[in-house]
Write a protein that binds this ligand. Structure first.
Ligand code: MG
Ligand code: MG
Length: 277
């Protein structure tokens, strides 16, 4: 595959990606304490909106045709693209929250999963925590792989290897994938969460990717709900979604949607992120 100019950003463009990443991280950080039993998903969405607008940015989810919310909030058997609304969170719910900000024309995109405490059902909570932790760790395995990868497809290999090595028999969604990010929230290249024959484009300075494993406790088959957005498992088992936007530059990699660039999580992989100069 030949090089496509648009896949690789200039150093100045990479610098422009830093602030929208930090604003996205701030929005997710701000809403975390609100993910509690009794909260509505609309209330959580409002916190993300206020954080993003308060920092002079826009919600890039609201720029997606037909979508008017700041986040996607997916509960239990919903894996991605859940619509915030009047749903009231219950004890023990597993809640995946996806959010993004656009600042000065550049985008951030990140997702987290939180399990609402439920002291009366410790086994359920532990199983859901495990799903979330394995999914998050697979994201970091993919990010760590990017640090030394020659081709984009090595990320999906690392994600799948991590999921398989958990021994939990989890499924990885096939029909939903990560993506490049920049002027648009969704750009090329495709970032698979599983092994593919075509390893895709070269990893070179200037690449910015949103890596986002979507993992389910049971079978990977999904359906789209009647709202035409929400993606749920067919078998009704739980899902988890974690995502970060990551830049490759001359000095190394930097996780744009973590204030520390991913340093804490990447340490166990022996990867030291390098700030974008
Ligand atoms: Mg996202
Ligand atoms: Mg994304």
């Amino acid at each position: 595959m030949g090089l496509r100019r648009s896949l690789y950003k200039t150093p100045a463009q990479l610098r422009a990606m830093v602030e929208p990443g930090l604003i996205t991280a701030a929005a997710l950080q701000a809403l975390r304490p609100a993910v509690v039993a009794g909260a509505t998903t609309a209330e959580i969405d409002a916190i993300a909106y206020e954080t993003i607008v308060g920092r002079g940015a826009e919600s890039n989810f609201q720029l997606v045709r037909g979508y008017r919310h700041t986040t996607c909030i997916s509960v239990n058997e919903q894996v991605v693209h859940g619509i915030p609304g009047e749903r009231v969170l219950q004890p023990g719910d597993i809640v995946s929250i996806d959010c993004g900000a656009q600042f000065k024309g550049w985008n951030g995109d990140s997702a987290i999963t939180i399990v609402v405490p439920d002291p009366s059902r410790p086994e359920l909570v532990a199983a859901r925590q495990r799903l979330s932790e394995v999914t998050e760790d697979s994201l970091w395995a993919g990010i760590a792989a990017l640090a030394s990868a020659h081709r984009v497809g090595e990320i999906g290999d690392a994600v799948q290897t991590h999921i398989e090595s958990s021994g939990e028999g989890y499924g990885i969604l096939r029909d939903y994938v990560g993506h490049g990010i920049g002027r648009k929230m969704h750009e090329g290249p495709t970032v698979f969460n599983y092994r593919v024959a075509d390893l895709g484009p070269e990893v070179r300075p200037g690449l910015c990717l949103a890596i986002e494993p979507m993992v389910v406790a049971g079978d990977e088959a999904t359906l789209v709900e009647d709202d035409d957005w929400t993606v749920s498992t067919v078998d009704g088992r739980d899902g988890s979604h974690w995502e970060h936007s990551v830049a490759v530059h001359d000095g190394g990699i930097w996780v744009l949607t973590e204030p520390d660039g991913g340093a804490a999580k990447l340490a166990e992989f022996g990867v030291v992120p390098v700030e974008i100069a």
